[in-house]
Design a protein around this ligand. Structure first.
Ligand code: NDP
Length: 285
């Protein structure tokens, strides 16, 4: 498990890959995607390959953290990747995707005797940089133990939450809450601004009261200064709310439904900004 390939070197993937290098793993990355990240990691000691298929033949563990289901399918079900990995190797799939796509990938990899861990994360880019992510792992305990040294280089909290697909499911529930909580925090701040309440005081008091949320405590400052730099892309949050909505299609989820509508309505304006940019539609100018 020392030779690790990494696909998806974006806001999360790049700092996660750096932590693998820092912890002594032999890191393999490939172009042509994310050329800036590939170049930076090369300077820091990663092995770089021109083609994905070259990289795949050099690794025992493959980590993927891609935008969504579409890219999971495109990359993990491609002949270059699925056909290139040796039997007995390990796939750690960390994207926030759907449970259904994860199970589909699992079935295809099982046929080739490739082990699979469903392992989405929470903790944001700050957690990725500090190596303090939370992993919501779906799979067997044997596969988790095999993956553990790699995960521990990137994460502080590792939970086994069920079989493959359960990681994606609990992540979708987390994102449903996070998406709703972001809008709730923006509404609280709109009221606080109107009532002339100091943000630091608001956080201190509500932090010890029943209305507290992670979003209110951690995102209030950037919301109130209108600093919507990334972070976590608004369009990825919309995608997560869509996953939750699809899973809960037969349930009554009024807040999740409304929140998804708000993310959809605001996507054209702020899809590439941090998801806190949704507060532009709530706060006064
Ligand atoms: P980014 O958009 O920053 O990164 C996505 C990366 O995937 C990019 O490097 C992109 O390459 C690469 N990519 C896209 N398509 C392909 C492909 N076909 N082949 C190879 N590489 C590809 O997203 P994030 O890092 O923010 O998010 C990744 C996942 O993690 C998402 O599912 C997100 O929901 C989840 N997540 C994000 C968090 C955050 O705070 N940002 C927190 C927790 C989870 P290129 O640059 O060339 O397009």
């Amino acid at each position: 498990t020392k030779r690790v390939g990494f696909i998806g070197l974006g806001a999360m993937g790049l700092p996660m890959a750096r932590n693998l290098l820092r912890n002594g793993f032999e890191l393999h990355v490939a172009g042509p995607r994310s050329p800036g990240s590939v170049e930076a990691l090369k300077k820091e000691g990663a092995y770089t390959h021109a083609f994905l298929s070259d990289m795949i033949s050099h690794c025992d563990v493959l980590i993927t953290i891609l935008p969504e289901d579409r890219e999971i399918k495109e990359v993990l079900l491609s002949p270059a990747v699925l056909g290139g990995l040796r039997s007995g190797s390990l796939l750690i799939e960390m994207t926030s995707g759907s449970p259904e796509m994860m199970k589909r990938v699992h079935a295809a990899y099982q046929e080739k005797q490739i082990l699979v861990l469903d392992a989405p994360v929470s903790g944001g880019t700050a957690g990725a940089e500090k190596g303090t992510l939370t992993v919501m792992a779906g799979g067997t305990s044997e596969v988790l133990e095999r993956a553990r040294p790699v995960l521990e280089a990137m994460a502080q909290n590792i939970f086994l939450v069920g079989s493959v697909g359960a990681g994606k499911a609990i992540k979708a529930i987390n994102q449903m809450l996070a998406g709703i909580h972001m809008i709730a925090a923006a509404e609280a701040l709109a009221l606080a601004e109107k009532l002339d309440i100091d943000i630091e005081m608001l956080k201190e008091v509500i932090g010890k009261s029943s209305g507290a949320s992670w979003m209110l405590l951690n995102k209030s400052n950037s919301i109130s200064t209108r600093d919507f730099s990334l972070g976590f892309k608004h369009r990825l949050m919309k995608k997560d709310m869509q996953i939750a909505a699809a899973e809960g299609a037969d349930l009554t989820l009024p807040l999740a439904t409304l929140a998804l509508q708000l993310y959809k309505m605001s996507e054209r304006d702020c899809g590439e900004q941090d998801f806190s940019a949704i507060s532009k539609f709530i706060l006064a100018e």
